[in-house]
Design a protein around this ligand. Structure first.
Ligand code: ADP
Ligand code: MG
Length: 618
C-alpha cells in the first residue's frame, strides 16, 4: 500500500490551531491586549466595530518589533518569551506559546504596523488567511498597532456560529475588564463603533475598580492584605450587604493574570458564610502573588485555569484572610464623614438597654377552632408581600373593616408577619365556597370532588404571575404605578448595556425609565406588583439572568423576563397566606392556561383522591 501520511500545510495547521485559540472576537482582544502588555506598553487602545466581527484594533506604545521580528511573529511557535523548557517555570509574561498571531492571521485579515524605539522607520505587514499580502517600510510611531478585520472570513461555519453583536461586545467587555483590572498602572481606552466606552488613566487598583464599576463601588470596598511565604494576597472584597444577585464582580488574579478557580472561590464563599442573603454572591477583586515556579498556567489553552502547587494552604489562607478583613470591617467601621445622619441611632435610644425579644404564646389558641378572619388579613395591601407588623397599624384602616366570613379554617400566630394579600384586585370574585388550608407555610391544600389537591404555593404563584406578565408583554398593556420620586439606581457599564437591551420589554411589563446615563438608571414607574424597595433587587436579578444566558430572539427575551419577574415576585415558601389569598391563589392557578407545571417545569400540585386515602385505612 502506498504511504498515506502527509504533513498538513502550514495554513491548515494554523487554522486548526486557531480553533483552539480563537473562539470568538473576545479571544482576539485578549491575545492582542496581552501581547501589548508583554511588550511593556503603558498606554493601550482597544477599538472595535460590530462586536469585533468587522474590526478589532489594539494600539500600544510598547517596545515594537524589527522588520524581521514582525514577519516572524506570525509563524507558529514563534515567540520571544521562552527559549527553553525551563523558562516555562519562570514565566512573567502572558504569552509564551507563540500561537496567537499565527492563529489570528489564519482566519482574518490582519494589518500590523510596528516600530521599535531604536529604528528610524517601521514595518507594515498585511496578511490574509496566513498569506502575506504586502510588507512595506513605513513611517510609524514607536509601538505596535494590530488591526484584525473580518474574523473567520474563510470559515463561514465559525462566522455563522458567532452570536449577535451585542453578545460578542459583552464578551469583549468582560475580557477588557479582566485585563484592565490586572494592570491598573497601564492606561486603557476602549472605543466601540466610534463611541468611547472607557477612558482609564493609569491608577492604583482601587481607583481602577471604581473607574470600571462606577463611583458607588468605592464605598463598598474593604481592603484585604496578607503576606506569607507562600502567597501575597491583596485587593478588595465588597461589604456583605452589597452582595448581588449576579456573579459579575468576582475576580481572582494570579501574578497579574485573570484566573478562574472554583476551588478558591469556594474559600471566599466560606468566609462570607452567614453574612450574605442566600442566593446572593459576594463581590471580590483579589490578587494572589506566588512564586511563578509554583503555579502552572499551562494546563488550559486559553489560560484562565491554573494549577497551584499547594492549593490547600492557599485555600485556608484566603479564607482566613478574607474573614479577618470582614471581621475588622465589622468591628471598626470606616470613618465616613458623609454618612447619612438619618441612619444613626436616634439620640434617645443611644443609652437604652437592649431587651430580649419576648415570645408571646396564645395559650387559648385552638387550631381546630374556626375563627373569623381578623381585619388585618382581610384587607388587601397594595401588593406588599411582606409587611412588617407595626403596633397599632390596624388603626390606620379604621372604618375600612370588611367582614369576610368564608368559613375557612385559618391559622395565624400573633408574632408572625402575615401577607395581608398577595393579590391586588380584591374585587375579583373569589369563590368563597372553596375551602383552603395552608400547611407548613409551603402548601395550600384544597378539596376537589374526587379528593384533595396539595399545591406548592410558590410554584403556583410563579405560574400565575408568569402567565400574567407574558400576557402583558404580548398585548403591551401593563399597568404601571408612578413613583412619587423617581429612583436612581446605579449599575456598572456592562450592566447598563444589558438594561438597554431589555429596556423595551421591561417597559411592556410596566417599568418606566427616565434618563439612562453611564452609571445610573432613573426609574419613574414600576409594575403594580413591584414594591419600590425591591426594584434594585429585581433589576439585579434580571441583569444577572440575562448575563448568564442571552436569549436570541425577542420571544425568548419576553419569556425570560416573565420568568424572572415571576420568580422574584412570587410568594415564597415560609410565607403565611391569609385565607383570602389562599383562595385567590387556588382560583387564579386553575384559571391559568397551564396549571400542572411552574414556568421552570416543576410540578405545581399533586392530587390525593378519596380512593388513595381509603386505601391507607385498610
Ligand atoms: P506569544 O505571545 O505566545 O509569544 P504571539 O503569537 O502572541 O505569541 O506573539 C508572537 C511574538 O510576537 C511575541 O513573542 C512577541 O515577541 C511579538 N509580539 C506580538 N505582539 C507584539 C506587540 N504588540 N508588541 C511587540 N511585540 C509583539
Ligand atoms: Mg501572545
Amino acid at each position: 500500500m502506498a504511504d498515506i501520511i502527509r504533513l498538513l500545510p502550514d495554513h491548515v495547521a494554523n487554522q486548526i490551531a486557531a480553533g483552539e485559540v480563537v473562539q470568538r472576537p473576545s479571544s482576539v482582544v485578549k491575545e492582542l491586549m496581552e501581547n501589548a502588555i508583554d511588550a511593556g506598553a503603558t498606554d493601550i487602545q482597544l477599538i472595535i466595530k460590530d462586536g469585533g466581527k468587522t474590526l478589532i484594533q489594539v494600539v500600544d506604545n510598547g517596545k515594537g518589533m524589527s522588520g524581521t521580528d514582525a514577519r516572524l511573529s506570525f509563524e507558529r511557535h514563534a515567540t520571544s518569551k521562552i527559549q527553553k523548557a525551563e523558562d516555562l517555570f519562570n514565566l512573567n509574561t502572558k504569552g509564551f506559546r507563540g500561537e496567537a498571531l499565527a492563529s489570528i492571521a489564519a482566519i482574518a485579515h490582519v494589518e500590523m504596523l510596528t516600530k521599535t524605539e531604536d529604528d528610524e522607520i517601521g514595518t507594515k505587514i498585511k496578511i490574509e488567511g496566513s498569506k502575506i499580502v504586502t510588507q512595506e517600510v513605513v513611517v510609524a510611531p514607536k509601538g505596535t498597532s494590530m488591526l484584525v478585520k473580518n474574523l473567520f472570513f474563510n470559515i463561514p461555519a465559525r462566522r455563522n456560529f458567532l452570536k449577535s453583536d451585542q453578545v460578542e461586545y459583552r464578551h469583549i467587555t468582560d475580557e477588557f475588564h479582566r485585563i484592565a483590572l490586572a494592570h491598573p498602572h497601564v492606561a486603557f481606552n476602549f472605543y466601540n463603533n466610534g463611541g468611547d466606552v472607557f477612558q482609564l488613566p493609569a491608577n492604583d487598583f482601587r481607583k481602577r475598580i471604581v473607574h470600571i464599576f462606577g463611583r458607588k463601588t468605592d464605598e463598598k470596598l474593604v481592603p484585604v492584605e496578607e503576606e506569607t511565604q507562600v502567597v501575597k494576597i491583596s485587593g478588595y472584597i465588597q461589604k456583605p450587604e452589597f452582595a448581588k444577585k449576579s456573579r459579575g464582580e468576582q475576580f481572582f488574579f494570579a501574578n497579574n493574570r485573570f484566573i478562574k478557580s472554583p476551588y478558591l472561590h469556594h474559600a471566599i464563599l466560606g468566609a462570607f458564610e452567614g453574612l450574605i442573603r442566600p442566593g446572593t454572591h459576594p463581590g471580590y477583586f483579589l490578587n494572589l502573588e506566588v512564586d511563578p515556579a509554583t503555579i502552572d498556567i499551562n494546563i488550559h489553552p486559553t489560560k484562565t485555569e491554573v494549577k497551584f502547587d499547594d492549593e490547600h494552604t492557599l485555600y485556608a489562607m484566603l479564607k482566613s484572610t478574607v474573614k479577618h478583613s470582614l471581621g475588622q470591617f465589622n468591628v471598626v467601621p470606616a470613618l465616613d464623614f458623609e454618612q447619612d445622619q438619618n441612619l444613626d441611632t436616634p439620640y434617645s435610644y443611644k443609652n437604652k438597654q437592649v431587651g430580649v425579644p419576648q415570645v408571646v404564646v396564645d395559650s387559648s389558641f385552638n387550631p381546630f377552632e374556626t375563627v373569623k378572619p381578623s381585619k388585618s388579613n382581610a384587607v388587601g395591601g397594595g401588593g406588599n408581600y411582606t409587611k412588617p407588623k407595626v403596633d397599632g397599624w390596624e388603626n390606620l384602616y379604621a372604618g375600612l373593616e370588611t367582614t369576610v366570613d368564608s368559613g375557612v379554617s385559618h391559622l395565624e400566630f400573633e408574632s408572625e408577619v402575615v401577607n395581608s394579600s398577595i393579590f391586588d384586585d380584591e374585587k375579583e370574585v373569589v369563590d368563597h365556597s372553596t375551602t383552603t388550608f395552608q400547611m407548613r407555610k409551603k402548601y395550600i391544600i384544597t378539596t376537589i370532588k374526587s379528593g384533595m389537591v396539595v399545591i406548592n404555593q410558590s410554584r403556583a404563584h410563579q405560574r400565575v404571575l408568569y402567565e400574567n406578565f407574558l400576557k402583558n408583554i404580548t398585548i403591551k398593556e401593563a399597568i404601571s404605578q408612578q413613583l412619587l420620586f423617581p429612583l436612581t439606581l446605579s449599575f456598572s457599564t456592562s450592566e447598563i448595556n444589558i438594561l438597554k437591551e431589555i429596556k423595551e420589554n421591561l417597559c411592556t411589563v410596566g417599568f418606566v425609565f427616565g434618563e439612562i446615563t453611564e452609571n445610573g438608571v432613573e426609574i419613574s414607574g414600576v409594575p403594580v406588583l413591584v414594591v419600590e424597595s425591591e426594584v434594585q433587587m429585581i433589576m439585579e436579578q434580571l441583569i444577572s439572568d440575562f448575563q448568564q444566558e442571552v436569549p436570541g430572539d425577542s420571544f425568548s427575551q419576553s419569556d425570560m423576563l416573565a420568568k424572572t419577574l415571576a420568580k422574584t415576585l412570587s410568594v415564597k415558601t415560609g410565607e403565611t397566606l391569609d385565607e383570602f389569598s389562599q383562595v385567590k391563589l387556588v382560583n387564579d392557578l386553575f384559571a391559568c392556561k397551564e396549571t400542572t407545571l411552574s414556568p421552570f417545569n416543576k410540578k405545581v400540585y399533586i392530587t390525593i383522591t378519596e380512593n388513595d386515602i381509603e386505601r391507607k385505612f385498610i
